[in-house]
Design a protein around this ligand. Structure first.
Ligand code: CP3
Length: 345
């Protein structure tokens, strides 16, 4: 069974030899080879240069042959940028947008029509990665959920309380919906270009889902995600990562996603037992474990792995992105434990 077959198998009714595995944020700062490239090129340059994005995408797969999927090196914020609102990094960490979108006039300035052309570098990088991987590994595209993107755009960058975004939803629904319409169209264009470039699946990151006003997750975020999923060809499965919202299982199941990614706040086996049988689940090892001792990480992996046996419709992953503090030997131990399940059966 190739890695790609093992990954695609997770969307069928068949049990695999072991669960497929990839790691959210698997290309990035915990890898010495990534930090090395970062001394020569800044993040945005790497994202926009297909040869560099390809190199960074492949780095984790070279180091860890057990990984079953590559996720394209890029960022969710390429969409606001392509609509006219660029991003940069704050000295002290976090994101700074080139402005804040809070009025009709400001929403008017955003143009979703050229998103495909302006993000052509991601499709170019995907084609290069696919040429390198052939059919051996699965290739994932991704994008941000309109709500999560809107929080950055309305707040003007990273935020702690999301007060302006929440306020817009509660106090000026027409303006909020107008912004969300544009973002939804833009994200659909991004995903269509990724599908044409040959991705096997896409993941939608709704990282700030839990900031949605209480009782309004569907109207605030999921309904737009649902429209995006409806617009993507049915042959490309969508994985939805809705951080902090595992308690909204019923609504998540109606999103149209073929797989739901769970954060590490819940017991995955019992969570999945309450979901419709045809929805796959992904997750949910605590990313903190990757910063500790290999032995403890292998034990935690073993526990989750066997609690999820026989691994039908299951993709192993972390509950959120791997952090810059993750230890290489610990990541190695986690992946070897998963791969070792093949022999044990
Ligand atoms: O999974 C992968 O390996 C693909 C790469 C990927 C990146 N960003 C690269 C990146 C993915 C899937 C993302 C998604 C993303 N970007 C999300 C959703 C995922 C999540 O973790 O919830 C969000 C919220 C963003 C926006 C963003 N980009 C943030 C908050 C940051 C960190 C800013 C900081 O404090 O430094 C980024 C930058 C970023 N995106 C980095 C990487 C590797 C680090 C930049 C660097 O190398 O300096």
């Amino acid at each position: 069974m190739t890695s790609r077959d093992r990954f695609l198998n997770a969307f069928t009714n068949n049990a695999p030899d072991r669960p497929p595995v990839w790691i959210m944020r698997q290309a990035g700062r915990y890898l010495p080879e990534y930090r090395e490239l970062k001394t020569k090129y800044d993040f945005v340059t790497m994202v926009k240069t297909p040869d560099l994005a390809t190199e960074v995408t492949l780095q984790p797969l070279r180091r860890f042959p057990q990984l079953d999927a590559a996720i394209i090196f890029s960022d969710i914020l390429i969409v606001p940028e392509a609509m006219g609102l660029p991003y940069s990094f704050r000295e002290q960490g976090g994101i700074e947008m080139a402005g804040a979108i809070r009025s009709h006039g400001e929403v008017e300035t955003l143009d979703p029509s050229a998103v495909r052309e302006k993000t052509a570098y991601i499709a170019d990088a995907l084609r290069l990665v696919r040429a390198e991987l052939g059919n051996s590994k699965a290739l994932l595209g991704f994008g941000g959920a309109p709500w999560t993107l809107a929080t950055y755009m309305i707040e003007g960058g990273s935020s702690k309380d999301f007060s302006h975004a929440r306020d817009m939803f509660i106090k000026d629904r027409a303006l909020f919906d107008c912004l969300m319409e544009k973002l939804t169209l833009a994200v659909i264009e991004l995903f269509k270009s990724q599908v044409e470039a040959g991705v096997d699946a896409v993941q939608i990151f709704d990282s700030w889902a839990a900031a949605a006003p209480e009782g309004h997750y569907w109207d605030c975020s999921l309904k737009w995600i649902n429209r995006i999923i409806e617009a993507i060809p049915k042959t490309t499965p969508v994985i939805l990562f809705s951080k902090g919202m595992t308690s909204h299982r019923g609504e998540l199941a109606k999103s149209g996603a073929r797989a739901l990614a769970a954060d590490h706040s819940i017991d995955l086996p019992s969570w999945r037992s309450h979901l419709p049988a045809d929805i796959a689940v992904q997750g949910n090892l605590d990313p903190e474990i990757m910063t500790g001792e290999p032995k403890a990480a292998a034990e935690a992996t073993h526990k989750l792995l066997y609690a999820m046996a026989p691994w039908k419709r299951y993709i192993f992953n972390l509950g959120h992105g791997i952090t810059p503090q993750a230890r290489i030997e610990t990541v190695q131990a986690v992946l070897e434990t998963i791969d070792g399940a093949k022999q044990k059966g």
